[in-house]
Design a binder for this molecule. Structure first.
Ligand SMILES: [Zn+2]
Ligand SMILES: [Zn+2]
Length: 248
């Protein structure tokens, strides 16, 4: 009898205790307390940002030098914040320590920002489907998950958009981009992605948003957006959690 009761108790749903804030451990926050949420380094607090790649700019210019000189195939980036404390720590915990709570907190905030931006736009300008930046399958196997797929799934649910995580693949295992110059990065990525056979019909004439965690040099999203446009997509934009300027 006791065994039976114990089994039944174990299957009862646990009462949801308020979780402490992920950053300051203040009790009762759902994921982040109001203060920590307010203090995040939101990109919208930078008055001047590149209209294409969202890079914070010092002066009142519309585009950064790189986008002016070499316009990418994506139209613009919608990004939550700059890759600074504590956003960097939250993303790092999500990406490398497989902590899902920071991922949820940040995808929730990005979804809120996107919803607000959607209200200002015509429906004809808004993306119709999401593609997470793919990871080579061996790396995905090693890490156990692809953080951009989780992020895209959260955003897709929040914004009622389909997620196509298998139309594009990482065709070869690229060397890690860290520490490479811009030219070397572009060379490294030139053949890194491919559209799967018969996937083009899902892209033809569609407005696509690529989902990434951190946009650093834009090399990855440049390569991927070019490929998706060549496969017939009508337009491409980028959605990401953070933007970090690179030392050129
Ligand atoms: Zn807090
Ligand atoms: Zn730019």
């Amino acid at each position: 009898m006791w065994n039976g009761i114990r089994t039944r108790l174990a299957t009862l749903p646990r009462p949801r205790l308020p979780q402490p804030c992920l950053l300051c451990a203040a009790p009762g926050a759902r994921l982040l307390c109001a203060g920590c949420e307010f203090d995040l380094p939101y990109l919208t607090r930078h008055d001047h940002r590149c209209a294409t790649c969202a890079l914070p700019l010092p002066a009142d210019s519309r585009y950064c030098g790189y986008c002016l000189q070499t316009p990418p195939a994506f139209e613009h980036c919608r990004v939550l914040g700059t890759y600074d404390y504590p956003l960097d720590n939250l993303i790092h915990a999500f990406k490398y320590q497989r902590k899902l709570a920071p991922g949820k907190a940040l995808s929730g905030l990005l979804a809120e920002l996107l919803r607000a931006e959607r209200e200002e736009l015509d429906a004809v300008e808004w993306p119709e489907l999401l593609i997470p930046v793919p990871m080579h399958w061996t790396r995905r196997l090693k890490r156990g998950f692809n953080q951009t797929e989780l992020l895209a799934a959260d955003l897709g649910r929040a914004l009622a958009l389909p997620v196509l995580s298998r139309v594009v693949r990482r065709a070869q295992q690229t060397r890690t981009q860290q520490g490479l110059t811009r030219t070397a990065r572009i060379h490294n990525l030139r053949h890194a992605f491919s559209v799967r056979p018969r996937a083009e019909r899902h892209l033809a004439g569609r407005r696509v948003a690529l989902v990434d965690d951190v946009v650093t040099t834009t090399s990855t999203v440049r390569a991927l957006s070019r490929l998706v446009r060549e496969a017939g997509a009508a337009s491409v934009e980028v959605w990401a959690l953070a933007r970090t300027p690179e030392p050129h």
